[in-house]
Design a protein around this ligand. Sequence first.
Ligand code: FAD
Length: 431
Amino acid sequence: MDFRSRRRFLQLTGIAGAGFLNGCRLLSKNNINAQVVVVGGGFAGATAAKYIRLLDANIKVILIEPKAQYITCPGSNWLFADLLKIENLTVNYQALSQQYGITVICDAVARIDCEQKRLLLENQQSLAYDRLVLAPGIDFRWDTLEGYDQATAQVFPHAWQAGPQTLQLQQQMQAMRNGDVALICVPAEPYRCPPGPYERASMMAYWLQQHKPKSKLLILDAKTGFSKQKLFEAGWAKSFGYGTSNSIIEWHSLADNPLQHLDVKTKTLSTYFGDKIQAQVLNIIPPQQAGSIARQTGLTDASGWCPVNPLTSQSRIQEHIHIIGDAANYAPIPKSAFAANSEAKTCAMTVVSLLNQQPLPDAHWLNTCYSLITPQYGISVAGVYKLNAEHTIEAVKGAGGLSSLKDPESSRLEAAYAQSVYQTLLKDSFS
Ligand code: FAD
């Protein structure tokens, strides 16, 4: 996508948002007294709760989230380049409760009774629902690398759920000696935010270049390639000498020689063929699966993710439960906050239509994902998705695309867009 069409795309997504609302206010014709419970107050759940209320103020919406404050993963990599503080990534649920009349309960759901359409909170409160929207995000798989488990992750933080682990990883990086090695282990797909590990590598390299220029950052990848690879590599070549012997960043595919074992004491990783890789800072991002409440309720399949009917966002296992965000399988749409927000809006329209016994809306989705290579160098990927005749999701040909490799001016502007898209998304989801 060239630069002008990128701006046009962003304009269109903004207009689509407004049009979406105007059209949908028509839905609130009936005086229904339905109760929708939304589980999980991340980008998916918060957006769904807000838009259901915007579409039909007669529906009572209860949002359940254990954390009083939510720290966004988008933007959390920027911490490693000292571009912001964690407070800048922190939101609360006041606007959702005060502006939109959503009942926000600060607790976790312990159990879902699909037969009775009830759920039980950790504090033992029981709640009934007419429709349940489930958006619990991700959990990690701890059984894939010998020596690495939940306890070890406290020492070698994954920082793949933004918060204390992000700060811990930042402190570890800052405590490195000049010449030390840091590494990032990237899992196979699907995982949350496909370009996220490479943006993290960029932000760390940017900081190391200024403060510990003799240090190296290794990316050990379970894949043979990665999202926005050409754009990242061009940016790394320009900014960090990638491809030369002086490069701060090195990327290694371990697809044919996977990591097998972590020796915690010596901070050494061993591969299948016996290679040993030692580093002073180890950021191991484990493979992922749907949040535990989804698995516990039997809503996942063998992949570990929740299968859904994309037209309605209904679980293929329990049809009165709608599942959105990272926990659900909307492939080929990647797991991102932008996509979670888009899935939530489609889901909100569906839930309101079903409760009002109105025809279902057409389903379509958007995703865009910006990454910073340096504070002045941004890149992005965008996609528009629709249902095809087989009722599976496909990318709309000719819509979306990647940043231009040829236009040096665009990378500076894309860096600015990265900030503004983040702010817009945050506002649209939480206020
Ligand atoms: P989450 O945001 O994880 O929210 C799930 C919520 O559910 C949590 O708050 C959790 O507390 C709650 N929950 C879980 N279980 C229960 C329960 N039993 N009861 C009640 N509540 C529960 N995406 C982008 O679009 N752009 C980016 O630039 C970007 N950058 C990223 C950078 C990093 C480093 C990472 C890790 C991710 C990034 N992402 C980005 C991806 C994005 O963070 C996720 O895709 C997004 O957060 C998914 O939203 P979600 O609501 O599905 O899950």
